[in-house]
Design a protein around this ligand. Structure first.
Ligand code: SAH
Length: 274
């Protein structure tokens, strides 16, 4: 899914990649995260069937990739250049994480030409190449100075950019209205009544049952339809057992004041966390 919001124009620059499969995997990683511009500096093998095979549905990115004869030529038109590196260098470059780099990119003026540069599989980037970059970016790893596979590094950086730059790609989680706190409290009260009436809940041994039930509701975050389904089920149980519907005769105002912060446990219970 693509977004028509003005953002900087990001180029993924691979310097002298030696494995064609990695180039294809990079294209795939880019495509899944909405990046399209791939620049290859003196790739050892390209085009190559292995690259195409690894790219799967991202063959278009390979077809449109720019081949640059030198690193200098690849970056000459770029306005902001980030170098990714697994190593912390002796001379300290300004260094960012993928998240801070993404925020940095997002703050650039729209249509800024941005390069995110990735080094050779075996040796990374040279210090001379780093000299031409404005900032370095290192993906944190559990082991000091651990290097990732080239395409995996691109995947993480591209993912981080996606979540910083774009609104969430999914439709809103709730299509139907959410219940009010009052609706939820009524559901809890209703459940408590049924639990009591059926003997499931023994007031002599409350064991924080209602608190657990509330937590379950909080975790599930049901929408209003789902709450109504549960209420309907509870009502059917009441009918089946020939139980009264006390709430039906009560005005909502009678129910509401008893609700927030006052759990409907039939048994007094303590306020300790459980
Ligand atoms: N042995 C090389 C690592 C090469 S991995 C070295 O020591 O530099 C190939 C490329 O993937 C790196 O040049 C860098 O662009 C990227 N990469 C791998 N691991 C990374 C990490 N932890 N953080 C940022 N980039 C990384």
């Amino acid at each position: 899914m693509r977004y028509l919001i003005p953002t900087p124009i990001i180029h993924i620059v691979l310097v002298e990649p030696s494995h064609p499969g990695n180039i294809g995997a990079v294209a795939r990683a880019m495509k899944t995260m909405g990046l399209h511009r791939l620049v290859l500096v003196r790739p050892r093998y390209f085009p190559h069937p292995l690259a195409t095979a690894q790219a799967t549905h991202a063959a278009d990115i390979l077809e449109q990739a720019t081949i640059a004869p030198s690193f200098q030529e690849a970056i000459s038109g770029m306005q902001r250049i980030y170098a990714t590196t697994a190593r912390t260098r002796s001379l300290a470059w300004p260094s960012m994480t993928p998240a801070t780099m993404s925020r940095d990119i997002a703050a650039l003026p729209p249509a800024t030409q941005v390069a995110i540069v990735f080094g050779r599989e075996r040796t990374g980037l040279t210090n001379t190449e780093l000299d031409c970059c404005h900032v370095t970016c290192t993906i944190p790893t559990a082991v000091a100075a651990a290097s990732l596979n080239l395409a995996q590094a691109v995947q993480i950086i591209a993912y981080e950019w996606l979540i910083h730059a774009a609104p969430p790609p999914h439709p809103p989680r709730h299509q139907t209205p959410l219940p009010t706190q009052h609706d939820l409290e009524q559901l809890c009260e209703h459940t408590a009544r049924i639990m009591l009436a059926t003997g499931f809940f023994d007031p002599a041994k409350p064991r924080r049952l209602m608190r657990r039930l509330r937590r379950l509701m909080a975790k599930a975050q049901p929408d209003l339809n789902e709450v109504n389904i549960l209420r309907g089920l509870l009502r059917a149980v009441e009918d089946h057992l020939d139980l009264p519907h006390p709430e039906a005769q009560r005005h909502p105002a009678e129910v509401a004041p008893a609700l927030p912060g006052q759990p409907p446990d039939p048994q007094p219970h303590n306020n300790h966390e459980g």
